[in-house]
Design a protein around this ligand. Sequence first.
Ligand SMILES: [Zn+2]
Length: 404
Amino acid sequence: MTVYLYRHTVIIRGCLLLLVAIFSGCSFLSPGPESAREAYWESLEEAGLAKTQLGLDWQEAGHEALASAVNTLPPVHERLWIEAGEIRAVAYQFQLQAGESVIAEVQSKDWKLAYLSQSSDGQPKAKARQTSGRLFLDIYRNDRGQWIPAGSFPKSSPWQADHAGSYLFLLQPELSRQGRFDIRIEVLPALKFPVSGKGPAAIQSFFGAPRDGGRRVHHGVDIFAQRGTPVLAAVSGPVTRTGDTPRGGLHVWQRGDHGRRLYYAHLDDILVTSGDFVKAGQIIGTVGNTGNARWTPPHLHFGVYQRFSGPTDPLPLLSGNTLRSPGAMPDELTSSRWQVNASKLYLRQGPSTRDRILLPLSRGQVLVSQAAAGSWIRVNTQAGDSGYVHGDYLSPLSVANPLL
Ligand SMILES: [Zn+2]
């Protein structure tokens, strides 16, 4: 995958500097979303630091993190350490649906500045002192194989994806800084749940289930609730039609963002009229069993129709990935290299035994830790796979181990 980091051309920057001198600000000239990390890199270029070995290593760490990022399942809640002399960037890559919002937060602690000093024998010696520092958390969107800057936290939090696709969150402290970082990334659903007081657990019939003896499939989800329970608008948008048909009974059509049309059916009562603009969460009707649902218990049939592609499974749009607590975080990791000390251990997609198994690991296998998530450790295998294992099944490995 080609790596592409957006940078102003010399000409545009020259023009901006000239205009900045005339006006106090001219952000309207900015040709795309500005990335805090890229702006920092430009300041390094201006200060003459970009061409130093340290500067080049810093930029290369970002490129490498973009190029080697593996898919992660949100939510992420991890603690990671960037040590003295370690130039590192960390990337999290997600799939997002159009309209999903991301909340990201990084808390940093023990900021230190790494520097060189002379020891008594005249040799340069790496040292560190307490300081403060800046941290960059930038969002990139994958566009035909290239990573294009799409925003920066915390200014953009919560940040909404306009298109479905691959996104990447790149975390990197400024040059020569080290510290401990707690990162949390959560994804909020694209749609609000359309039945008051209920959640995805109330869905009892799913998209694609057979209907009419297999002659057609279910183009929505059925959300069961007591008759009269408020039905809520899943998005903000205009009501385009209301009516009563033999199949859907009393129903409402609403237009949403991102080319979506929403269909609410089997209502007991309709509380809006065509042309009304309703806000997400506003009551538009009540749960019933009108139309062909009259022999089944009251439920809302909820459908999403996507422009150009037709009926779409609403479930991924209704289920966000909000945080489950990973438990207490360790104060430090005693090693960065580990050996598997169990005969049966799996690399998993997330930090719990409920998460999907990625691959089996073998006793003695060497893993490199990237971060901690409670008692779990996110590791990379030597083959380049990335996932989580429980820390109880790992033994720290001394770097001086002659077997390595
Ligand atoms: Zn249905």
